[in-house]
Design a protein around this ligand. Structure first.
Ligand code: NDP
Length: 453
């Protein structure tokens, strides 16, 4: 049976674009890709990239204060949000162009429209055109989820709208305690907004190392975020152009913006998948095997729509592995072990491997931990502390997990991730001579466990 294409990719985000490019340019497949919005997906257009640029922008206020304490004559009294925002969008346009030209160069045919699956080998485009493909890859990502049952919830915004705000909110409420909530609490705080954060649970960043969560919450508070744990919003109303809110603890307050960072869900609805018999999970995620193949053999899926590890580099790896497996003749399962990641709060939190709590369940462990005020902060009387933590298996001596809270922790954890992925033992860390004076030398100088379990 002949098809119009070897591969039709639905979704032009990180995972879909990587799969399309590799299949076409490295393995000679005839590929088409449909994207209904902008090329680059969540990461480039409304996620990691604009967020990180906002992280950079928001970090300067503190640097200016630090510079003054170090003797510089500096002033950073105001931040020009419209100038920054317009510059941000110019940059995103540039990046979107790079994604598009990368596909063009690889010979991928692009359809700038929505596509749905009509049958196991047929895709229907919004224009009405129907095309066939030997393989279909769903890489449609995820979408923001707003909580149910809150009166006036529609007055709130999500992270999608943050990058388009007309003006910087003077006072903002952030709901949630996950990656996005914590990152934006720090970003708005750094940009000069008055930030309140409500999290319904007992501690932010559920699932992360408890000791690290505790320190990070303290640091976020110390920097000025008014963080309320065990608290949620229950009612919202527009009052005098602002948003009045009532919380579960009875607290009433008025904000210029309310940002819901209450999670994301896979974009699998309305694609025609259920009718075809593609198995979906409880959250709507496409159920796939280690080769990203769904329960319909010609249909594959990568990235957030599969809800495995919802991170851009993971989606890219999944897309690449899929292309090598299906078109390169080298079956390659996606590797989800020991994926390092960072939360771009201020300070940052980088982690790889197990939390202390997870490790304790499976191994006899030693915990090495150092929390201290770095020289750079101590010099100017800043109280901010850093945390370096290694969790070690007492039997194999392997380092099972590393947790770092510090400025630049995202950069540091990338390097530690290599060692841990290679199976480094505590003694390998110990044999490594310190780089002095740095904060990360603690990683190779911690000699005595703070506890064993
Ligand atoms: P998360 O799942 O990380 O966090 C969602 C938060 O919202 C949790 O604190 C959750 O609470 C809370 N929540 C959920 N439902 C409600 C509700 N009804 N009322 C109040 N609070 C609620 O999602 P994010 O949106 O922060 O991020 C989505 C994903 O994007 C992340 O999982 C991550 O994979 C990725 N991401 C990665 C980044 C990075 O690598 N730096 C940055 C940003 C996003 P509870 O814990 O109690 O469930």
């Amino acid at each position: 049976m002949s098809f119009d294409y070897d591969l039709f990719v639905i979704g032009g985000g990180s995972g879909g674009v990587r799969a399309a490019r590799i299949a076409a340019s490295e393995h000679g497949a005839k590929v088409a890709l449909a994207e209904e919005y902008r090329m680059g997906g969540t990461c480039v257009i409304r996620g990691c990239v604009p967020k990180k640029l906002m992280v950079f922008a928001s970090g300067y206020s503190e640097r200016i204060e630090d510079a003054k304490a170090y003797g510089w004559n500096a002033s950073g009294d105001s931040f020009d949000w419209p100038q920054f925002r317009d510059h941000l969008h110019t940059e995103l346009d540039r990046l979107e162009g790079i994604y598009r030209s990368g596909l063009d160069k690889a010979g991928v045919e692009i359809f700038d429209e929505r596509a749905v699956v009509a049958d196991a080998h047929t895709v229907k485009l919004a224009s009405g055109k129907t095309v066939t493909a030997k393989h279909i890859l769903i890489a449609t990502g995820g979408h923001v989820v707003f909580p149910q049952g809150i009166a006036g919830v529609e007055l709130g915004i999500s992270s999608n709208e943050v990058f388009h705000l007309e003006e910087l909110p003077k006072k903002i409420l952030i709901i949630g305690g996950g990656y996005i909530a914590c990152e934006f609490a720090c970003i708005f705080n750094g940009l000069g907004s008055d930030v309140t954060q409500y999290y319904r649970g007992a501690q932010i960043l559920r699932g992360f190392d408890e000791e690290a969560r505790g320190l990070l919450a303290e640091e976020i508070r110390d920097r000025g975020v008014d963080l309320h744990l065990g608290t949620n919003v229950i009612e919202m109303e527009r009052r005098d152009g602002r948003i009045w809110t009532k919380a579960t603890n009875g607290r009433e307050d008025v904000f210029d913006q309310v940002l819901f960072a209450t999670g994301r869900a896979p974009n699998s609805g309305g694609l025609g998948l259920e009718a075809l018999g593609v198995e979906l999970g409880r959250k709507g995620q496409i159920v796939v095997d280690e080769y990203s193949q769904s329960t319909v053999p010609s249909i594959f899926a990568v990235g957030d729509v599969t809800d495995r590890i919802n991170l851009t580099p993971v989606a890219i790896r999944e897309g690449h592995a899929f292309a090598d497996t299906v078109f390169g003749g080298t079956p390659r399962p996606s590797d989800h072990e020991l994926v390092a990641s960072a939360i771009f709060t201020q300070p940052e939190y980088g982690s790889v491997g197990m939390t202390e709590e997870e490790a304790r369940e499976k191994y006899r462990i030693e915990v090495y931990c150092a929390s201290f005020r770095p020289m750079q902060n101590a010099f100017i009387g800043k109280s901010e502390r850093v945390l370096f933590k290694l969790i070690v298996d007492q039997d194999s001596r392997k380092v099972l997990g590393c947790h770092i809270i510090a400025e630049g922790a995202g950069e540091l954890i990338q390097m530690v991730g290599i060692a841990i992925k290679m199976g480094a033992t505590k003694e390998d860390f110990d044999r490594t001579v310190a780089v002095h004076p740095t904060i990360s030398e603690e990683l190779v100088t911690m000699r005595t466990p703070v506890r064993t379990a």
